[in-house]
Design a protein around this ligand. Structure first.
Ligand SMILES: [Zn+2]
Length: 259
Protein backbone atom coordinates (compact mmCIF):
# COMPACT_ATOMS: atom_id res chain seq x y z
CA UNK A 1 0.00 0.00 0.00
CA UNK A 2 1.30 3.40 -0.90
CA UNK A 3 1.63 6.15 1.63
CA UNK A 4 -0.52 8.34 -0.58
CA UNK A 5 -3.41 5.99 -0.06
CA UNK A 6 -3.28 6.74 3.63
CA UNK A 7 -2.49 10.39 3.11
CA UNK A 8 -5.75 10.90 1.31
CA UNK A 9 -7.53 9.82 4.45
CA UNK A 10 -5.45 11.74 6.93
CA UNK A 11 -4.83 14.91 5.03
CA UNK A 12 -1.08 14.27 5.20
CA UNK A 13 -0.65 13.23 1.60
CA UNK A 14 0.74 16.62 0.65
CA UNK A 15 3.53 16.63 3.23
CA UNK A 16 7.02 16.57 1.76
CA UNK A 17 9.73 14.29 3.16
CA UNK A 18 11.31 17.32 4.78
CA UNK A 19 8.09 18.23 6.50
CA UNK A 20 7.65 14.66 7.68
CA UNK A 21 11.19 14.64 9.05
CA UNK A 22 10.56 17.96 10.71
CA UNK A 23 7.45 16.57 12.35
CA UNK A 24 9.44 13.63 13.62
CA UNK A 25 12.27 15.83 14.87
CA UNK A 26 9.85 17.87 16.87
CA UNK A 27 8.31 14.75 18.34
CA UNK A 28 11.70 13.20 19.09
CA UNK A 29 13.19 16.22 20.71
CA UNK A 30 10.19 16.65 22.92
CA UNK A 31 10.13 20.35 22.17
CA UNK A 32 6.60 20.53 23.38
CA UNK A 33 7.03 18.55 26.52
CA UNK A 34 7.54 21.57 28.74
CA UNK A 35 4.42 23.23 27.41
CA UNK A 36 2.40 20.05 27.53
CA UNK A 37 3.27 19.44 31.17
CA UNK A 38 1.56 22.70 32.07
CA UNK A 39 -1.68 21.93 30.31
CA UNK A 40 -4.68 20.18 31.80
CA UNK A 41 -4.85 16.55 30.84
CA UNK A 42 -6.81 15.99 27.66
CA UNK A 43 -6.33 19.48 26.25
CA UNK A 44 -5.37 19.61 22.59
CA UNK A 45 -2.30 21.68 21.77
CA UNK A 46 -1.29 23.66 18.72
CA UNK A 47 2.12 23.41 17.12
CA UNK A 48 3.43 25.28 14.05
CA UNK A 49 4.83 22.08 12.53
CA UNK A 50 2.56 19.34 13.77
CA UNK A 51 -0.61 21.32 13.73
CA UNK A 52 -3.02 20.28 16.43
CA UNK A 53 -1.96 17.46 18.73
CA UNK A 54 -5.04 15.73 20.03
CA UNK A 55 -3.15 13.44 22.42
CA UNK A 56 -1.04 16.00 24.31
CA UNK A 57 0.28 13.46 26.82
CA UNK A 58 1.95 11.66 23.94
CA UNK A 59 5.38 10.27 24.95
CA UNK A 60 8.37 11.88 23.27
CA UNK A 61 10.96 9.06 23.33
CA UNK A 62 10.82 5.35 22.43
CA UNK A 63 11.54 4.38 26.04
CA UNK A 64 8.75 6.61 27.32
CA UNK A 65 6.44 5.09 24.73
CA UNK A 66 7.20 1.61 26.08
CA UNK A 67 6.58 2.87 29.61
CA UNK A 68 3.24 4.34 28.52
CA UNK A 69 2.20 0.95 27.17
CA UNK A 70 3.33 -1.01 30.21
CA UNK A 71 1.78 1.52 32.60
CA UNK A 72 -1.46 1.29 30.67
CA UNK A 73 -1.39 -2.50 30.85
CA UNK A 74 -0.80 -2.33 34.59
CA UNK A 75 -3.93 -0.17 34.92
CA UNK A 76 -5.88 -2.65 32.77
CA UNK A 77 -4.73 -5.73 34.64
CA UNK A 78 -5.50 -4.13 38.00
CA UNK A 79 -8.80 -2.68 36.78
CA UNK A 80 -7.70 0.89 37.46
CA UNK A 81 -8.04 2.16 33.91
CA UNK A 82 -8.09 5.86 33.15
CA UNK A 83 -9.86 5.44 29.78
CA UNK A 84 -7.85 8.33 28.28
CA UNK A 85 -8.86 9.99 25.06
CA UNK A 86 -12.48 8.89 24.95
CA UNK A 87 -14.14 12.19 25.83
CA UNK A 88 -15.88 14.63 23.53
CA UNK A 89 -12.82 16.86 23.30
CA UNK A 90 -10.68 14.05 21.91
CA UNK A 91 -13.43 12.79 19.62
CA UNK A 92 -13.97 16.21 18.11
CA UNK A 93 -10.23 16.85 17.85
CA UNK A 94 -9.30 13.67 15.98
CA UNK A 95 -12.25 14.16 13.65
CA UNK A 96 -10.81 17.36 12.26
CA UNK A 97 -7.04 16.95 12.64
CA UNK A 98 -4.24 14.62 11.54
CA UNK A 99 -3.40 11.70 13.79
CA UNK A 100 -0.25 11.59 15.95
CA UNK A 101 -0.12 8.04 17.40
CA UNK A 102 2.84 7.22 19.65
CA UNK A 103 2.84 3.46 19.15
CA UNK A 104 2.40 1.12 16.21
CA UNK A 105 1.08 -2.26 17.28
CA UNK A 106 1.13 -5.58 15.44
CA UNK A 107 -1.32 -7.86 17.21
CA UNK A 108 -3.65 -10.80 16.70
CA UNK A 109 -7.24 -10.40 15.54
CA UNK A 110 -8.41 -12.39 18.56
CA UNK A 111 -11.45 -10.61 20.04
CA UNK A 112 -10.08 -11.10 23.53
CA UNK A 113 -6.93 -9.07 22.83
CA UNK A 114 -7.88 -5.49 21.85
CA UNK A 115 -4.74 -3.29 22.12
CA UNK A 116 -6.54 -0.05 23.01
CA UNK A 117 -8.21 -1.73 25.98
CA UNK A 118 -5.34 -3.82 27.33
CA UNK A 119 -2.92 -0.88 27.05
CA UNK A 120 -5.56 1.58 28.34
CA UNK A 121 -5.05 4.06 25.47
CA UNK A 122 -7.43 6.36 23.66
CA UNK A 123 -8.39 7.69 20.26
CA UNK A 124 -5.35 8.67 18.23
CA UNK A 125 -2.82 6.95 20.51
CA UNK A 126 -2.23 3.60 18.78
CA UNK A 127 -1.74 2.73 15.12
CA UNK A 128 -2.85 -0.90 15.10
CA UNK A 129 -2.42 -3.66 12.52
CA UNK A 130 -4.30 -6.80 13.50
CA UNK A 131 -4.19 -10.16 11.76
CA UNK A 132 -4.81 -13.66 13.08
CA UNK A 133 -1.45 -14.87 14.36
CA UNK A 134 0.15 -11.39 14.46
CA UNK A 135 2.40 -12.04 11.48
CA UNK A 136 4.08 -9.24 9.56
CA UNK A 137 2.92 -10.19 6.07
CA UNK A 138 3.90 -7.71 3.39
CA UNK A 139 0.77 -5.59 3.51
CA UNK A 140 0.93 -5.49 7.32
CA UNK A 141 4.58 -4.53 7.20
CA UNK A 142 3.79 -1.66 4.85
CA UNK A 143 1.03 -0.49 7.14
CA UNK A 144 3.39 -0.51 10.11
CA UNK A 145 5.91 1.40 8.00
CA UNK A 146 3.33 4.13 7.53
CA UNK A 147 2.55 4.21 11.23
CA UNK A 148 6.19 4.67 12.14
CA UNK A 149 8.02 6.48 9.37
CA UNK A 150 5.23 8.82 8.33
CA UNK A 151 3.14 9.22 11.47
CA UNK A 152 6.07 9.15 13.87
CA UNK A 153 5.15 6.29 16.20
CA UNK A 154 8.03 5.88 18.61
CA UNK A 155 7.63 2.19 19.26
CA UNK A 156 6.65 -0.78 17.11
CA UNK A 157 5.26 -3.40 19.45
CA UNK A 158 4.63 -7.01 18.36
CA UNK A 159 1.97 -8.50 20.62
CA UNK A 160 1.30 -12.23 20.86
CA UNK A 161 -1.03 -13.84 23.37
CA UNK A 162 -1.79 -17.03 25.25
CA UNK A 163 -4.26 -19.54 23.83
CA UNK A 164 -3.79 -18.19 20.30
CA UNK A 165 -5.92 -20.16 17.85
CA UNK A 166 -3.61 -19.35 14.94
CA UNK A 167 -0.56 -20.67 16.78
CA UNK A 168 -2.45 -23.77 17.86
CA UNK A 169 -3.53 -24.35 14.26
CA UNK A 170 0.05 -23.95 13.07
CA UNK A 171 1.34 -26.45 15.64
CA UNK A 172 -1.40 -28.91 14.67
CA UNK A 173 -0.93 -28.67 10.90
CA UNK A 174 2.86 -28.23 10.65
CA UNK A 175 4.37 -28.89 8.12
CA UNK A 176 1.39 -29.58 5.88
CA UNK A 177 -0.25 -27.09 3.50
CA UNK A 178 -2.42 -24.59 5.38
CA UNK A 179 -3.86 -21.06 5.01
CA UNK A 180 -1.18 -18.40 4.68
CA UNK A 181 -1.79 -16.88 8.11
CA UNK A 182 -1.12 -20.31 9.60
CA UNK A 183 1.93 -21.13 7.45
CA UNK A 184 3.50 -17.80 8.42
CA UNK A 185 3.85 -19.22 11.93
CA UNK A 186 5.64 -22.40 10.76
CA UNK A 187 9.18 -21.02 11.26
CA UNK A 188 8.32 -20.38 14.92
CA UNK A 189 6.82 -23.85 15.26
CA UNK A 190 9.98 -25.37 13.79
CA UNK A 191 12.15 -23.45 16.24
CA UNK A 192 9.83 -24.22 19.17
CA UNK A 193 9.95 -27.97 18.50
CA UNK A 194 13.75 -27.83 18.54
CA UNK A 195 13.77 -25.88 21.79
CA UNK A 196 11.32 -28.28 23.45
CA UNK A 197 13.39 -31.26 22.33
CA UNK A 198 16.58 -29.58 23.55
CA UNK A 199 15.10 -29.05 26.99
CA UNK A 200 14.09 -32.70 27.28
CA UNK A 201 10.42 -32.23 26.40
CA UNK A 202 8.25 -33.87 23.77
CA UNK A 203 8.20 -31.85 20.50
CA UNK A 204 5.07 -33.75 19.40
CA UNK A 205 3.07 -32.54 22.41
CA UNK A 206 1.07 -29.42 21.43
CA UNK A 207 0.69 -28.43 25.08
CA UNK A 208 4.46 -28.09 25.30
CA UNK A 209 5.08 -26.59 21.86
CA UNK A 210 2.30 -23.95 21.64
CA UNK A 211 3.53 -21.64 24.43
CA UNK A 212 7.09 -21.77 23.12
CA UNK A 213 5.96 -21.19 19.54
CA UNK A 214 3.86 -18.21 20.67
CA UNK A 215 6.87 -16.45 22.16
CA UNK A 216 9.23 -17.47 19.38
CA UNK A 217 6.83 -16.08 16.80
CA UNK A 218 6.79 -12.69 18.53
CA UNK A 219 10.58 -12.68 18.75
CA UNK A 220 11.04 -13.74 15.14
CA UNK A 221 8.56 -11.18 13.81
CA UNK A 222 10.18 -8.39 15.81
CA UNK A 223 13.67 -9.46 14.80
CA UNK A 224 12.71 -9.57 11.14
CA UNK A 225 11.14 -6.11 11.26
CA UNK A 226 14.13 -4.67 13.07
CA UNK A 227 16.39 -5.63 10.20
CA UNK A 228 14.23 -4.09 7.48
CA UNK A 229 13.71 -0.53 6.35
CA UNK A 230 12.15 1.80 7.25
CA UNK A 231 12.38 0.33 10.75
CA UNK A 232 16.13 -0.37 10.68
CA UNK A 233 16.83 3.20 9.61
CA UNK A 234 14.56 4.70 12.27
CA UNK A 235 16.17 2.53 14.96
CA UNK A 236 19.61 3.76 13.86
CA UNK A 237 18.32 7.32 14.25
CA UNK A 238 17.15 6.43 17.77
CA UNK A 239 13.60 7.54 17.00
CA UNK A 240 12.08 4.05 17.07
CA UNK A 241 12.19 0.99 19.30
CA UNK A 242 10.95 -2.43 18.21
CA UNK A 243 9.67 -4.43 21.14
CA UNK A 244 7.51 -7.47 21.72
CA UNK A 245 5.41 -9.12 24.37
CA UNK A 246 2.84 -11.76 25.21
CA UNK A 247 -0.60 -11.02 26.66
CA UNK A 248 -1.84 -13.57 29.16
CA UNK A 249 -5.60 -14.01 29.00
CA UNK A 250 -5.72 -15.19 32.61
CA UNK A 251 -3.73 -12.42 34.29
CA UNK A 252 -4.43 -9.75 31.63
CA UNK A 253 -0.75 -8.82 31.89
CA UNK A 254 1.65 -8.27 29.00
CA UNK A 255 5.02 -9.91 29.60
CA UNK A 256 7.77 -8.05 27.77
CA UNK A 257 9.79 -10.51 25.70
CA UNK A 258 11.96 -8.02 23.85
CA UNK A 259 12.73 -4.31 24.25
ZN1 LIG B 1 -4.30 -15.17 18.33
Amino acid sequence: MKVDDFGAETGEGNLTDTQILTRRNVLRLGALSGILALLPKGTATADPVLGTICNPNRPTTPQDALTALTDGNTRWSTQTQQHPGEDTTRRDCVASNAQTPFAAILSCSDSRVPPELLFDQGLGDLFVSRVAGNSAARIVEESLGYGTKTLGSLILFVLGHSDCGAVKAAVASYPRKAPEFVELIYPAVRRARKLVRKSGGDPRDPAQVVPVATDQHVLMQADRLRKKDPFRHLIAQKVLMVAGGRYDLSTQQVAILLS
